[in-house]
Design a protein around this ligand. Structure first.
Ligand code: DON
Length: 573
């Protein structure tokens, strides 16, 4: 506490600005994070931040189930991992009970009722750079609080008060930031300041953050207390809603009191599919992730990946060609199912996906401009975070949640102490115009009032012989789908344990641009040369994904995969 007061005095900033600072903090990637993997019998929690993992385990040990722990973790991440953990964003949950009942919850943000198709275009019809990315107009109506209330009402065992309390404690008493977060804080971005205080007061911010500095967020604690006392109404009505609307008026945003009051999270039927005898249970639209994941698995299933080896040239080639075709489908056929008739049945048909791979040529890369979305007959930045939880009964929760870009729209709700998302950029602002992840889209994902923007988030649960096998998911924008896909095949085809599968280097292709993005050393130089000779454009990039996963071993233990690319931490008991 003393440390915090000292810092506050030194920096002369309010708690809101402290939030901003932290908020900016966790996006820069750097050294390998500490991760604590191992095997445990009773339960496991894997999240992007050690403090959030501690909260999850605390709730499980207190007698809470996986959903209680997930709700507590979601709120805790909003405090300790504010670049992606959130109450001002949205996400998806895939659930499997110990008895095998499955469900999926869509708490994705929505466009405001006054949103319109061309709202990010200038008078010449061109997208205005950054308009859907930064500031108040970039924010969709948040869904996370409604989602947590809904999940807890349906499946929770402990009281609402008990599951929200740990986050309040973390916000009120402060928590020690990690080394990674301190580095990120010290690299505070000017734009964050400009958007929130319209001035230069923060320019001279000193680089005083260190590992273990205490971060206290009083305004956020007060917001969480209102959520604890009043549930959904504590956020979507009353003082917090008033602050969001005042913030919108200040920054010419669109979200109104009615938008907030009308927001509902929606239960949806999970997508299921099979891969080499395993059953995949994953997120349906509004995410494209589940459909694309099953399409990818179906596309590669006929090929002997195991024989070819992990990231060998043949394995990479087949996967890249599958990804090219699946992402082309995504761009045309996927959007909010409440607004657009997604041809789900057709896209999930193994015959369709086999046919899509039929024109794949071993001798040369298929140029993406020769690949269009499949014809369906009779058809009518990065920061997100994922966490995986299993409780002692064997109930499992897989949640991916986001503000979209790191720190979302960079708008902190004055008085509320939390950030708003910039999820509107996930819409296709104009047919063919790439979003921040380079993804393109069209009619299916055009902006419309109250519509949900298409996502790639892919929270997934895998069964083997009718029993829980894996809980998996990741952040990473457009790379989410391929990271989840590669993590699953790393275990199923390449016999890796959970931690090795998560840490293994990944690569990614998304149809457009026609490039293969590769983590350093993911593909050896000989395979790279062979692929380049066939016309594949290989581009090295930084980390792909931050997968947090749990595997149930044949000997009945839970095995952790906490991504070393971040501060991700697995705890079990
Ligand atoms: O919903 C989506 O697909 C994106 N808004 C996710 C953003 C993301 O994963 C950024 N993280 N690295």
């Amino acid at each position: 506490m003393q440390r915090t007061i000292k810092l506050l005095t030194k920096l002369k900033i309010s708690s809101t600005l402290i939030v901003l600072v932290i908020v900016f903090a966790s996006c820069v990637s750097g050294q390998l994070g500490k991760n604590n993997s191992g095997e445990f019998k009773n339960g496991m929690v894997v999240t992007a931040h050690p403090e959030a993992s501690k909260v999850g385990i605390y709730i499980l040990k207190k007698g809470g189930n996986a959903v209680d722990a997930a709700v507590a973790v979601q709120f805790a991440l909003a405090v300790v991992y504010p670049n992606a953990g959130n109450i001002g964003g949205g996400g998806f949950m895939v659930y499997r009970s110990a008895k095998g009942e499955v469900n999926a919850l869509d708490f994705r943000e929505k466009a405001a009722a006054s949103a319109s198709r061309d709202m990010y275009l200038d008078s010449a019809g061109n997208p205005v750079v950054d308009k859907s990315l930064f500031g108040h107009l970039a924010a969709g109506v948040p869904g996370s609080v409604a989602g947590m209330v809904e999940a807890h009402q349906k499946y929770g065992k402990l009281s609402w008060r008990e599951v929200v309390q740990p986050a309040i404690d973390l916000a009120e008493n402060g928590f020690k930031i990690t080394k990674r977060q301190s580095a990120e804080l010290n690299g505070l971005h000017r734009k964050l300041m400009d958007i929130n205080i319209n001035g230069t007061a923060m320019v001279n911010l000193e680089s005083t953050w260190q590992e273990n500095s205490l971060l206290v967020q009083t305004e956020l604690a007060n917001t969480l207390k209102l959520i604890q006392q009043k549930g959904k109404a504590g956020f979507y009505e009353g003082a917090v809603a008033d602050s969001i609307v005042a913030e919108m008026q200040r920054g010419k945003g669109l979200i109104t009191k009615e938008d907030l009051k009308n927001y509902r999270a929606v239960w949806r039927k999970p997508i299921t599919g099979s891969y080499r005898g395993y059953k995949i249970i994953t997120m349906p639209p509004t995410s494209s992730g589940g459909i694309a994941l099953i399409q990818l698995l179906q596309s590669v299933e006929p090929y002997p990946l195991k024989k070819w080896g992990h990231n060998s040239d043949s394995t990479v080639q087949v996967i890249v060609e599958a990804e090219r075709r699946v992402y082309a489908d995504r761009a045309t056929h996927l959007g909010d199912p409440d607004f657009y008739s997604v041809p789900q049945k057709e896209l999930l048909d193994p015959v369709y996906n086999k046919r899509r791979m039929a024109n794949f040529n071993w001798a040369a890369a298929t140029p993406s401009d020769q690949i269009l979305a499949g014809v369906i007959k009779g058809k009518e930045s990065e920061e997100t975070t994922h966490f995986s939880i299993v409780d002692h009964e064997g109930n499992a929760v897989s949640i991916t949640t986001t503000l979209n870009g790191s720190y979302g729209s960079l708008v902190v709700v004055k008085g509320g102490g939390f950030l708003l998302n910039n999820e509107m950029d996930d819409f296709s602002v104009k047919p063919g115009a790439p979003n921040m992840y380079g993804l393109v889209g069209g009619e299916a994902n055009a902006i419309a009032p109250n519509k949900r923007m298409l996502s790639s988030m892919t929270p997934t649960i895998v069964e083997k012989e009718g029993k829980l096998f894996m809980v998996v998911g990741t952040p990473g924008g457009s790379t989410i789908i391929t990271s989840v896909f590669q993590t699953i095949i790393n275990v199923v085809d390449f016999d890796m344990n959970m931690q090795v599968a998560v840490a293994a280097k990944k690569f990614h292709h998304q149809w457009l641009p026609d490039e293969v993005y590769v983590e350093k050393d993911a593909i050896d130089s000989l395979s790279t040369q062979k692929l380049e000779a066939k016309g594949y454009k290989i581009i090295n990039r930084g980390a792909i994904g931050r997968v947090d996963a749990i595997l149930k071993t044949t000997w009945g233990a839970y095995q952790a995969g906490a991504d070393p690319r971040g501060d991700d931490t697995a705890l079990g008991y």
